[in-house]
Design a protein around this ligand. Structure first.
Ligand SMILES: Cc1ncc(COP(=O)(O)O)c(C=O)c1O
Length: 432
């Protein structure tokens, strides 16, 4: 495989960008080799600078539920761009986006648009602190909620990948406002609330933790966390940046019967453009400025291009829901991988979110349960799969995403190539 142009670009990038990247997991540090530089993407396929083509299972880490450059989204963005890239003032597309999202969350009357999932979580936490008059926030070990200071305590993939427990540069006093509890542990979370309940402003929880592998939680455990929060007078912030609109039109938590106070969204609702959002009831959301005392703002918040992309993606998801098709495609991939017939090749999957877990034994529900051998083996298969035309996220802790543009034939090829690569595993493990 000729990667000369990607290599040259990476050499330039190492001069200009810290670590050669604008976001750490892109750097391929945990899977070895150098990152590929992309030139274009259409549907399920990407082309790199050297003209190599890949089936993309990273999909920009989840937003691209319709694949790359879907025509209705591109057309909507083009039309919006011609009308003005940004106003920093009110425009109608903000309303349509809000109405499309809010329609999926009965009882939630307000949406504040921001430019990333990080900002959405930051904003939700600030609202919760203002509403409760309390400071502490509970998160779970291995949950990732963006890179706001207080959330970088035992966070997910990027940090697990780089084996850093906490980010440098986070003031100790800020970290001390975060309480970390383990997933899937009834006694531990009960203990946290028994000890600190009256100081807890919010619990921040991904209903489907997907940032440290896919750590599927027991619905009764999720509901018990919600009940503990409610009893203590703390708010539940469901972080649906990944799961929102990816598994159904709306939130995943409500499908599990979890009643959240605030919901954070990102990824899919932006149709591939920069967009995050907080959704909640008027009595909480109206605490935001200008009506309330919680300050939050953004030069590009609600900008016309993100709104146009989000509207086009959401209209398409609502008008022609792809979720059953995506479920079938995910099941197809899972069955094809099961046919490899090895106990140490497993798939954890919910709909179109797929985690390749390359170890035997029980599928983990906590980060500590992830076998180091699985991480090593993923690192060993990543490059050979890349060379066979499959672009997987470059970390064993990250999930694969499927889009409406992917086909059964493509996922079968991925399974067949994974089988072939694993059979050759010894040779390339020793080469590395
Ligand atoms: C659950 C969750 N919350 C928040 C974020 C942060 O979103 P962003 O990267 O848009 O800031 C992510 C990003 O992967 C996420 O998966």
């Amino acid at each position: 495989m000729d990667l000369r142009r990607s290599r040259a670009a990476y050499a330039r990038a190492l001069d200009a960008l810290p670590g050669g990247v604008n976001s750490p997991v892109r750097a391929f540090r945990r899977v070895g080799g150098e990152p590929v530089f992309f030139r274009s993407g259409r549907g399920s396929r990407c082309t790199d600078l050297d003209g190599n083509q890949y089936t993309d299972y990273c999909l920009s880490w989840g937003p691209l539920i319709h694949g790359h450059a879907p025509q209705p989204v591109v057309e909507a963005v083009r039309r919006a761009a011609v009308d003005g890239l940004s106003f920093g003032a009110c425009h109608e597309r903000e309303l349509e986006l809000a109405e499309l999202v809010l329609a999926a969350f009965p009882g939630r009357r307000r949406l504040r648009a921001v430019s990333s999932g990080t900002e959405a979580v930051m904003t939700a936490v600030r609202i919760a602190r203002a509403a409760t008059g309390r400071d502490l926030v509970v998160k779970f070990d291995g949950g990732y909620h963006g890179h706001a200071d207080g959330m970088l305590v035992k966070a997910g993939s990027g940090l697990a990948t780089h084996a850093i427990a906490d980010s440098a540069g986070v003031p100790r006093a800020v970290a001390a406002t975060t309480v970390v509890a383990p997933f899937d542990d009834d006694a531990a979370i009960r203990g946290v609330f028994a000890e600190l309940g009256r100081q807890i402003a919010a619990v921040v929880l991904e209903p489907l933790p997907a940032n440290n592998g896919l750590l599927v939680q027991r619905p009764d455990w999720l509901r018990s966390v919600a009940a503990l929060a409610r009893r203590a007078g703390a708010l539940l912030i469901l972080d649906e940046v990944i799961s929102g609109f990816r598994l159904r039109y709306g939130g995943y938590g409500s499908a599990l019967g979890i009643d959240a106070d605030l919901i954070t969204l990102g990824k899919v609702i932006g149709g591939g453009m920069a967009l995050g959002a907080v959704v909640g009831p008027a009595e909480l959301m109206d605490r935001l400025a200008p009506d309330g005392a919680v300050y939050q703002a953004g030069t590009l918040s609600g900008n016309p291009l993100s709104m146009a992309a989000g509207i086009a993606a959401l209209r398409s998801l609502r008008g022609d829901p792809p979720y059953e098709r995506l479920e079938r495609l995910g099941a197809h991939l899972q069955a094809a991988i099961a046919r490899i017939g090895r106990g140490d090749v497993q798939v954890q999957r919910v709909g179109s979110i797929v985690w390749l877990y390359l170890a035997a034994g029980e599928l983990p529900r906590r980060p500590g349960g992830v076998e180091p051998a699985a991480v090593d083996r993923f690192g060993a298969v990543h490059r050979p799969l890349l060379e066979r035309g499959h672009y997987l996220p470059p970390s064993a802790y990250e999930v694969l995403f499927l889009s409406t543009a992917h086909t059964a034939a493509q996922v079968e090829r991925l399974a067949a190539d994974l089988d072939a690569v694993l059979k050759a595993e010894h040779s390339f493990v020793s080469e590395r």
